[in-house]
Unconditional design. Structure first.
Length: 659
């Protein structure tokens, strides 16, 4: 069994080696002319500066928690917590650094052909995906091996990953949307200039935001889901299958790492020497290959290792549900509902906003039913272990799933660089084609993240009931019901804090952009350069100032609830937060995605095209939807999981001390 216990470490290292190889392959591509490199360099500098500033604040909190955990629950758990946080930070920083170097190479590649630009952008995203999956598996595998599968130590690692994820999602989300709102409202609506026009002072901040929010933020989000699903499955698997059950999730994810590598290689081989290609089909082909190979591996693993095919059925179910939720998300954010929204923009912003909110509300129905079905079937097959394994199934091929998501911001940045560097119009047309697919893959990625978060949160909730010895949670008890009510409220309070932060920073950004248009002589004529750095500074200050309070909400609420009403009330709160959080996250992500794509649909020439009354209404809708889909909505996923992890780690300590 010792060799099998090493699977996480070994295959994590295999993934790291492949990631290094892929990094050299991406960086050997030309970064373009001097102007392109200068623009890309400004984006790199801004993104790196923001992350370093964010991590300085984060590590003060990490250090305090590390000491408290060491004093109360042992230094091994504290070290696991620190390792989980640090590897999450490293994966986000490295993946985003390569993404900011890939953007200009994608624009340069698009000069030659659409397929060349697609390949470079995808491989840049694959570096992010493989970094997250490899470091996540390696770190948790190391803790598992060194502690012989100690659940407490692994929960510390998961808590570290969750804490970083929430800061990265909230901080990055505030930054990116403050910049985006400022750039859109003044640039597009008031000044009437194109998106990514170099005359817009907020344009560099906007491109920086794509990286700190949609690359580093999403990476930390799925890193945390990935780690949480493996931890919960391992902790619950030991109950049914003893040591084999604890090891099984690590081997499943190891198979997923290898399958993702093969999928990435197949994608690259499939594009070789092709001039024209359908980006959507090419991206999904590699993912399907990875999923099929993983299922084949899991089939034989279940049969030989656990002597039953029930784990295979559950993992297959998790994959199918994940893909179905992605397809539902794609329908609501890229198909008929979007065309209906675009049509409503002809009547103004109000009908567009009303219909967009209705789309988001409606879009919660099928995903919730799918998650419920997956939960029922998984539980009937393998109990709580089955629910956790379904989450593992969704995330097993994270290396390529996240690659398809991270590809989007790279393509978006490439389009911005093509515009600002004044490349030939056909280059921007090609990057726009790549970006259009990226918008859909990003929406699918958010749906995928929400689905996996729901299943992971359910498994973590089950782990909480085990560690605090709760056999029955009785809703008839007032403290449990109050806990559920308070828990249901928390995602709304959390979202309010995040969206207010975007609104406050955006107000300052709008005024700064207006000031520069008003005071810099020759700016609108293209004879003077804007002050990009001031807008980057505004977004950075706004994000760093406002990210701490909503992030700490998840850490302190379980503790406060325990002291007021006890461990049963904490269980009720976790249920309430999960139920309302999942639906609010789906609603916000899909409303925001639908408004964004309605704007882009009008920009293709429908309903008057760019500059029309409908377009101006759609820009407003997109602006409202930005903090929905890229700040508050995605961060709710982490809120519900971090609260569960904190409860698992901290409440048993408090019970020992005070009861």
């Amino acid at each position: 069994m010792t060799i099998l216990n090493l699977s996480g470490i070994v295959f994590g290292l295999v993934g790291i080696v492949f990631t290094i190889f892929l990094t050299f392959k991406v960086l050997e591509n030309s970064p373009g002319n001097e102007k392109m490199q200068k623009i890309s360099g400004a984006i790199q500098t801004g993104a790196r500066a923001f992350l370093i500033s964010e991590y300085k604040i984060l590590y003060v909190i990490v250090g305090i928690i590390f000491i408290l955990l060491g004093l109360t629950n042992g230094w091994m758990m504290a070290l696991a917590f620190f390792l989980g946080a640090t590897l999450s930070v490293l994966s986000g920083f490295f993946g985003m650094s390569i993404a900011t170097k890939t953007n200009t190479r994608t624009a340069q590649g698009a000069i030659h052909s659409l397929s060349n630009g697609l390949k470079i952008a995808f491989n840049g995203g694959a570096i992010m995906g493989m970094t997250v999956a490899s470091l996540g598996l390696f770190g948790l595998g190391l803790v598992f091996y060194l502690t012989n599968g100690d659940t407490i130590s692994m929960s510390g690692y998961a808590m570290g990953a969750s804490l970083v994820a929430l800061f990265a999602r909230v901080g990055g989300g505030i930054f990116t949307k403050a910049a985006d709102v400022g750039a859109d409202l003044v640039g597009k609506t008031e000044a009437g200039i194109p998106e990514d026009d170099p005359r817009n002072p907020a344009v560099i901040a906007d491109n920086v935001g794509d990286n700190v929010g949609d690359v580093a933020g999403m990476g930390a989000d799925l890193y945390e889901s990935f780690v949480g699903s493996i931890f919960s499955a391992s902790a619950l698997g030991v109950i049914l299958f003893s040591e084999k059950g604890a090891t099984f999730p690590f081997i499943v994810v190891s198979i997923g790492i290898i399958s993702a590598i093969i999928g990435i290689l197949v994608f690259n081989f499939n594009l070789k020497d092709k001039e024209n290609v359908d980006p959507s089909k090419a991206l999904h082909f590699g993912m399907y290959i990875a999923n099929i190979l993983t299922l084949i591996g899991v089939f034989f693993l279940s049969l030989i290792f656990l002597k039953t095919l029930k784990p295979f059925y559950v993992i297959f179910l998790g994959m199918v549900v994940g893909m179905l939720i992605g397809s539902i998300t794609e329908y609501y954010t890229a198909k008929e509902p979007v065309k209906h929204l675009a049509k409503s923009a002809v009547s103004g912003a109000a009908p567009l906003l009303i219909n967009g909110m209705a789309v988001g509300m409606e879009s919660t129905a099928i995903p919730v039913i799918l998650i419920s079905l997956a939960t029922i079937v998984s539980y009937n097959l393998l109990g709580l272990f089955g629910i956790a394994l379904a989450g593992v199934g969704m995330l097993a091929t994270l290396g390529i799933t996240l690659a398809i998501d991270a590809y989007g911001p790279i393509a978006d940045n490439a389009g911005g660089i093509a515009q600002m560097a004044e490349l030939e119009p056909y280059v921007r047309e090609r990057t726009d084609a790549l970006d259009a697919v990226g918008n859909t893959t990003a929406a699918i990625g958010k749906g995928f993240a929400i689905g996996s978060a729901a299943l992971t949160a359910l498994a973590l909730f089950a782990s909480y009931t085990k560690v605090v010895n709760l056999e029955i949670i009785d809703l008839a008890k007032s403290q449990v019901f109050i806990g559920a009510l308070v828990g249901g409220m928390l995602p709304f309070l959390f979202s309010s804090m995040a969206m207010k932060a975007v609104g406050d920073a955006a107000e300052i950004m709008v005024e700064e952009v207006r000031r520069q248009f008003r005071e810099i002589v020759g700016l609108m004529e293209g004879k003077a350069d804007p002050d990009y750095s001031s807008c980057v500074a505004i977004a950075t200050k706004g994000a760093l100032k406002k990210m701490v309070l909503p992030s700490l909400l998840a850490v302190f609420m379980p503790i406060i609830m325990f002291f007021i009403l006890g461990k049963e009330a904490v269980a009720g709160m976790l249920v309430g937060t999960t139920v309302s959080g999942v639906m609010l996250a789906i609603f916000m992500a899909n409303s925001g995605g639908a408004w964004d794509n309605a704007k882009k649909y009008i920009e293709t020439g429908e309903f008057g095209g760019k500059g029309s009354f409908a377009h101006k209404a759609a820009v407003i809708g997109d602006t409202v939807g930005d903090p929905f889909k890229d700040t508050a909505g995605p961060a709710i996923n982490i809120l519900i999981k971090l609260m569960s992890i904190v409860s698992i780690v901290v409440i048993p300590i408090l019970i020992k001390i005070f009861q």
